[in-house]
Design a protein around this ligand. Structure first.
Ligand code: ADP
Ligand code: ZN
Ligand code: MG
Length: 475
């Protein structure tokens, strides 16, 4: 029997507000532990929460970006559970009556367009961060306590680990575009729990789901899901039943193991938060959220394909970050060959960014400087290989493209009378190669082309050289 996976994701994103959700403590990563704290976020008795308007605005921006239905009236609840990182004994979250519902994200995977529905989006507070020392001691940092979180719960609409990963990549891209979170997983700014079940292919009824935790990267999400899907299929094939539970992904052993058998909603004894009024969203807040909107990555990707005639994978790379897409558009405005520009960014510039671990904003060359170089390539004044060398020299601070090319005499040699001399020289210097060629091993012509390229330090027009050599050797 063939099985099909069914996947739904629960994502938590820390909102990049200046202050926390219910108090004026700074929302700041990496501060000295327990310095950004007050009675509210320490959960001291009698302290009262005051809602941060900015957090609501950022959540609304996410709702708009994900095409959600925004609810002008929503509610906060207490989700009760006992854990050292939660001093109040409850988390203030949304339960019945979310700020936004019925959202969706459309993206492309392997050339096929997919839409994943998002059931709801909730505003809630973050717990403190706990550190487990090897001796069993637990240390707590309350700087994280009370940071605003946006919880995004999808419908079980994904059908493969790769699709779940792609969804997450596009979600992260979208959130970064609107600037409401950097979504840095290493800092815990974006966290993912995956729910997965399997069912016989072609059937409708959902199987028993397992929730996976401890997925610390998109790769971990994909790997964890792959493992879990196989585990569940094996159970069903041997006539067993999948148990509904929460399992941990073990990155080292590459397997999942039971963490706890799933609690029910009533275990949390949800009830309305009596210290907060219903969350009412006025027109002004909607308007200020709308002002923060930008062209979203999927729309921009499609526009790049039509406007600049980029192939889909190249367009995808161009829009992976908003600032990168901005850089591309500035460059595209300065050159004729847009695909050449995109390729140059995707290959040569990306290589530098990856090697140096920098972003495009930190890249030392501006679009104008790259355009000057690419003009030489477009007009075939220099070869692609020479352009790479000039690019390196530009990075090394040896001047502009024009300066380097002129100073070093790098313009491509396409003058046939000049090249003819080199062709003669190559032939007389390599008698045994010529012999082989004439006996039918025509591939050895590459050696002669290489000889001329070396002599001219790569400047010779290689295609022309090859053609001239062939003519001469056949004569
Ligand atoms: P719970 O009440 O256990 O939290 P929900 O219905 O709220 O479950 O769903 C939580 C997440 O699990 C959602 O992302 C949803 O899409 C996903 N999910 C629900 N049922 C299944 C299933 N049978 N298989 C896979 N994912 C599921
Ligand atoms: Zn505080
Ligand atoms: Mg639920």
């Amino acid at each position: 029997m063939e099985y099909e996976a069914v996947i739904g994701l629960e994502i938590h994103i820390q909102l990049a507000t200046k202050t926390k959700l219910f108090c004026n403590c700074r929302n700041e990563y990496g501060a000295e532990p327990n310095t950004n704290v007050c009675p509210v976020c320490l959960g001291l008795p009698g302290a009262l929460p005051v809602l941060n308007r900015e957090a609501v605005k950022l959540a609304l921006m996410a709702a708009m970006a994900l095409d959600a239905k925004i609810h002008r009236k929503s509610f906060f609840y207490r989700k009760n559970y006992f854990y050292p990182d939660l001093p109040k004994g409850y988390q203030i979250t949304q339960y019945v009556g979310s700020i936004a519902t019925d959202a969706k994200l459309t993206f492309e995977i392997d050339g096929v367009e997919r839409t994943v529905r998002i059931e709801r989006m909730n505003v809630e507070e973050e717990a403190a961060k706990s550190f487990h020392a090897p001796d069993g001691t637990v240390l707590l940092d309350f700087n994280r306590s009370g940071i605003p979180l946006l919880e995004i719960v999808t419908m079980p609409d994904m059908r493969s680990p790769a699709e779940a990963r792609r969804f997450l990549e596009i979600l992260k891209r979208t959130i970064r575009y609107i600037g409401i979170s950097a979504c840095d997983m290493e800092k815990g700014e974006l966290r993912v729990d995956s729910n997965v079940s399997v069912r016989p292919k072609g059937t409708e009824e959902l199987g028993v789901k397992v929730e996976l935790k401890n997925l610390n990267s998109f790769k971990a999400v994909e790997d964890g899901l792959k493992f879990e899907i196989q585990r569940q299929i094996k159970i069903l094939e041997s006539g067993g039943r999948v148990v509904q539970e929460t399992r941990l992904w073990d990155e080292h052993k590459k397997e999942t193991r039971t963490m706890r058998v799933k609690e029910e909603a009533h275990d949390y004894r949800y009830f309305p938060e009596p210290d907060l009024l219903p969350l009412l969203i006025d027109d002004e807040l909607i308007e200020s959220a709308r002002k923060g909107m930008v062209e979203l990555p999927e729309a921009r990707r499609k526009r790049f394909i039509t406007q600049y005639k980029l192939n889909p994978p190249l367009a995808d790379v161009m829009v992976h970050e908003r600032t990168f897409a901005d850089y591309f558009e500035e460059l595209a405005g300065l050159v004729t060959d847009k695909s050449l520009a995109a390729n140059w960014l995707a290959v040569e510039v990306m290589k530098v960014l990856n090697e140096q671990g920098i972003s495009i904003e930190e890249f030392p060359l501006r679009p104008k400087q790259i355009a000057e170089l690419l003009k030489f390539v477009e007009t075939k004044k220099i070869t692609h290989n020479i352009a790479k060398k000039v690019f390196q020299k530009m990075l090394d601070g040896e001047g502009s493209a024009k300066e380097i090319i002129e100073r070093e005499g790098l313009i491509t040699m396409s003058d046939e009378s000049e090249l003819a001399k080199l062709v003669d020289e190559a032939i007389s210097a390599n008698p045994e190669i010529v012999e082989k060629y004439r006996k039918g091993k025509v591939g050895v012509i590459g050696v002669l082309v290489g000889y001329i390229m070396r002599k001219t330090r790569g400047r010779a027009n290689a295609a022309l050289v090859r053609k001239m050599l062939e003519e001469k050797l056949k004569a």
